[in-house]
Structures are given as C-alpha cells and as structure tokens.
Design a binder for this molecule. Structure first.
Ligand SMILES: [Zn+2]
Length: 275
C-alpha cells in the first residue's frame, strides 16, 4: 500500500509473523518467516528476537547465498549480539554452510547511515524482551528563514560565496516503526509522535482481549491509542500487528467506530496479506 507516497509492503500478524518492507528505500524491518520480497532486501533491521519477528533470518541469509547476491546486513539490538552470533554458529554447524552476512549491533543513541542516504536511529520500545524501534531520518540543507525574502538574483549571488552560513542542516523523521511495544513508547519518544509516517503496533482492538491482558503480553490496545489521540502529530499513522482473531471487516469496523475524528483521517490499517 502507499502512504504519503511511500510504498509499504510485507505483512504483520500478531504472534505469527511480521515483515515491514520499504521497497523504494531498500530496507525491511523484522522477518518472522522468510518471504520472497525480503530476499530482495540486502538490509533488514530487527526490533527484537521473538520468533515471529526474527524466525526468518537464517533462511534469508541462505537464500541470498543461493541466489548469489550480495551477503545481507542485519541491524540488531545490541543486547542480542552474542545470542545472534550463537544462533548462526549453530546453524553453520548443522548446515555446513557459511550463511554469510554482516551484523550491525545498534542501541538507542547510535545511528547508521543507509545506502539510500537516510539515517537509521533506534529507540527503546518497552516490550517483554529487549526491543528497539527504528526511525529513518532525512537530512537536507535548507535556506535559513531569515534569507527567504531575498530576491532570487541576490540570493544566487550571495549563495555562491556564503552557502554554508546561509543554510542549515534540517533533519526530518520520515518514518518510524515501533516494533512490539507498550503504549508508553508514544509518551516517551518524541520521534514516534513526530515521524511523518508511523507504523505502530496495535495487536488488540476490542474487549475480546482487555487492556490489562494486552499489557501483560507487552502489546498495545486500540483503546490506549484512542485515549492518547492528541499525542500523535504524525501525518500518517499505520496500525499493524493485529491479532488473527479479527477479520479484515472487524478491523475496519472497529477502527471506524473507535477512532476520534482528529485521528481517523490519518489512520490506515496495515492489512496486507490479510484474510
Ligand atoms: Zn514480541
């Protein structure tokens, strides 16, 4: 689906599998089970090590080797570095293959420049295991506002010699993906509230799973999002990771009924590959 001109593919089903794909930006997030579209991605960023988010990684490395394409790069939470290496060591021993790949362990506060020129910055997501979401930041030189009124010819003349002083580096969070999280993430992380496009976990939608039970699983409930509707400054909010107990029509109907007018026009459910 396209959101604010950005293609978002993959699929996300709570507890089953998650893969959020940004084909134009050539980066994917999480891989519960290997997917053909994911094999095309040389770069995957993992939010946490629950099997429905990480289970496809070994197959991914193996399939890229089979296709004779460049070995993949995996961005992982720094807490997972040793266990991730042990996972691949065990598979290499079992499989007698190299499963070649590069690992980039990152923690909140770190940044990693992507080949697409966006900057990847992780942030902490509160969940049952070590989890981090990711923001993609663009960085552009823009004219300082005090020069905006200058006539074009004067501007061109001055820019030839003083471009550095007349411009500033502006960083914009273009995209953020929460990973699995409690709703507190939205209160704690400014980038989550401000990202132009936010893909937010929203596993449970109605009383079939109460807010309390949802929280005990480390997840976010639609009612908690509704209660905090005024926090979201995003241009687009993509809700994802719905439990399989909801049909497509139930998701659409519950969102339509519960979301306040201030939020509803900006919300799109992520129902790619949904039944
Ligand atoms: Zn999880």
């Amino acid at each position: 689906m396209r959101v604010l001109g950005v293609e978002i593919g993959g699929l996300s089903i709570g507890g089953i599998e998650t893969f959020i794909d940004l084909p134009e930006w050539k980066v994917g997030f999480d891989l519960g089970r290997v997917r053909e579209a994911a094999v095309q991605r040389p770069l995957l960023c993992f939010t946490h090590a629950h099997v429905d988010h990480l289970g496809g990684v070994v197959s991914h490395a193996a399939l890229r080797h089979l296709r004779r394409v460049e070995p993949p790069t995996y961005v992982i939470p720094r807490e997972n570095e040793a266990a991730f290496a042990a996972l691949f060591a065990a598979w290499r021993e079992l499989d007698r293959s190299t499963l070649e790949h590069r690992v980039v362990p990152l923690a909140p506060g770190d940044e990693f420049p992507l080949p697409n020129k966006l900057l990847l910055r992780p942030f902490r997501s509160p969940h049952r295991v070590a989890t981090q979401g990711y923001a993609l930041w663009s960085r552009k030189r823009k004219l300082r506002p005090e020069f905006a009124e200058l006539p074009q010819s004067e501007l061109d003349r001055r820019m030839r010699t003083h471009a550095a002083e007349m411009t500033e580096l502006v960083e914009t969070p273009e995209f953020a993906f929460s990973g699995d999280t409690l709703i507190e993430l939205v209160e704690r992380e400014e980038v989550v509230r401000r990202a132009r496009i936010l893909v937010l976990e929203c596993t449970f939608l109605d009383e079939r799973v109460s807010v309390a039970e949802c929280r005990s699983k480390g997840h976010t409930h639609l009612d908690e999002i509704v209660e905090r509707a005024e926090l979201f400054l995003n241009e687009a909010l993509v809700l994802s990771h719905f439990s399989l107990r909801y049909t497509r029509n139930e998701v659409l109907e519950l969102l339509d009924r519960k979301l306040p007018p201030s939020l509803k026009p900006r919300v799109t459910p992520f129902l790619e590959g949904w039944r």
